[in-house]
Design a protein around this ligand. Structure first.
Ligand code: PLP
Length: 394
């Protein structure tokens, strides 16, 4: 069984307002800061003395951005990456002073808020650069920016061919300081690095052209987790890992990344009933007992991010035994067939992601059953699930 925890070992992250002391709701995402430390160490071990921009967008992939960023700042992360201005502002409000790159699109109307919160934008259009320059002027400060180059992702960014001129132009805008140059891989997770190599070639050719003009941009970065793990040539001067910090490996090759899942999703059995054979369970009666059965109800459902795609497919670990989801996952509740768990009782813990005894369920396992990726499983755990931070023992 999992080690019992005492409330004293945990504090709630402020991801949900009105959040509850740990004991108030049994459904919780437990965040293991030891694992986060380990995974951060795995990043730094692989990159020599290069800088780390830790990606904490989308509430640190569902783990809770504030406690994760605080912890990583303590470990020496040089920069954080968020998707939205609001995400960056939330970190500032929580007292995080580390530089924060807003890696998603910014609109001209957001320039003032962005500059006000001392965030670093990614730029690739003149109107946004102009709005940032104006906002910087009004605030009486300079704003550092990173220029995004689209070398093949096809999402946002200036093309390499237009980049030199773009950079020369915005460098003349008052208050704009081009501090970073970045690109993003479309498929660095594949074993075949041909396309990634082509992207990197284009990026490096641009760096060469800038050099010739005497323009040196100090922070040059491209590597997501996949590249950190399997593509050394892309490490440049800074790396941008997300997923691997949270203990998952995006690689097709499944190469031996030494990372440990940080998040466990757990709840407790609210109700148990013994029913005869032939009894339907949950909406649509898609599960009917074949034998006399013990059916447990757990207080978690798709509104918590436990996918309805796990109906009759998901599993939980109860008393160190794997048990199947019985019938459809509801909005707030799910049933488990616990017939084969000796001694099972209401109040027992049910682990939906995590390990217990010799059993383990990962976000990858869930993703395989629901046709998605660990990223979506993790950041899909909804805001109403309290994030409980397991403190680092000193
Ligand atoms: C999300 C993101 C990352 C992190 O990717 P992982 O695969 O989670 O390591 C890095 N860079 C950019 C631009 C991103 O959007």
């Amino acid at each position: 069984m999992r080690a019992p925890y005492t409330d004293a070992e945990y504090v709630c992250s402020p991801i949900v307002s009105g959040a509850a002391r740990p004991s108030d709701r049994p459904t919780r995402a437990e965040i293991d800061l030891h694992a986060l430390t380990h995974n951060y160490g795995e990043v730094t071990r692989r990159i020599g003395g290069r800088k780390v921009l830790a990606v904490v967008k989308a509430q640190a992939y569902g783990h809770g951005a504030v406690p994760v960023a605080r912890h990583l700042a303590g470990l020496g992360a040089h920069m954080f990456g968020v998707a939205l201005v609001e995400e960056g502002s939330n970190l500032r409000d929580a007292g995080i002073t580390t530089p924060i790159l807003v890696i998603g699109p910014v609109f001209p109307e957001q320039a003032e808020a962005l500059v006000g919160a001392n965030l670093t934008p990614v730029v690739y259009t003149l109107p946004v650069a102009k709005a940032l320059s104006d906002a910087a002027g009004n605030a009486g400060k300079a704003v550092p920016v990173h220029v995004k180059i689209d070398t093949g992702m096809g999402r946002i960014g200036v093309s390499p061919e237009e980049a030199v001129q773009f950079i020369e132009t915005i460098s003349k805008f008052p208050g704009i300081v081009v501090e970073g140059l970045m690109t993003h891989f479309a498929d660095a997770d594949l074993r075949d690095k041909k396309f990634a190599t082509n992207q990197l070639d284009r990026f490096e050719a641009l760096i060469g052209s800038l050099d010739k003009k005497g323009i040196t941009i100090p922070l040059r970065h491209a590597a997501n987790s996949a590249a950190v793990l399997e593509y050394d040539r892309a490490l440049l001067t800074m790396v941008r890992p997300g997923l691997m910090l949270y203990g998952y490996d995006p690689l097709e090759s499944g190469a031996a990344a030494d990372v440990r899942p940080v998040l466990s999703l757990v709840t407790r059995i609210a109700y148990i009933k013994k029913v005869p054979a032939g009894v339907p369970i949950s909406y649509g009666r898609t599960f009917v007992t074949k034998r006399e059965s013990l059916i447990a109800t757990i207080p978690i459902g798709y509104a918590d991010g436990y996918s309805r795609g796990l109906s009759n497919r998901g599993e939980a670990i109860v008393r160190d035994k794997r048990v199947p989801v019985a019938g459809r996952v509801c909005m707030d509740m799910t049933m488990l067939d616990v017939t084969e768990v000796p001694g099972v009782a209401a109040g027992d813990e049910a682990v939906l992601i995590g390990s217990s005894g010799n059993e383990r369920i990962t976000a990858d396992d869930i993703a395989a059953k629901t046709g998605t990726i660990a990223y979506e499983v993790l950041c899909g755990i909804s805001g109403r699930v309290p994030r409980i931070i397991k403190q680092v023992q000193s």
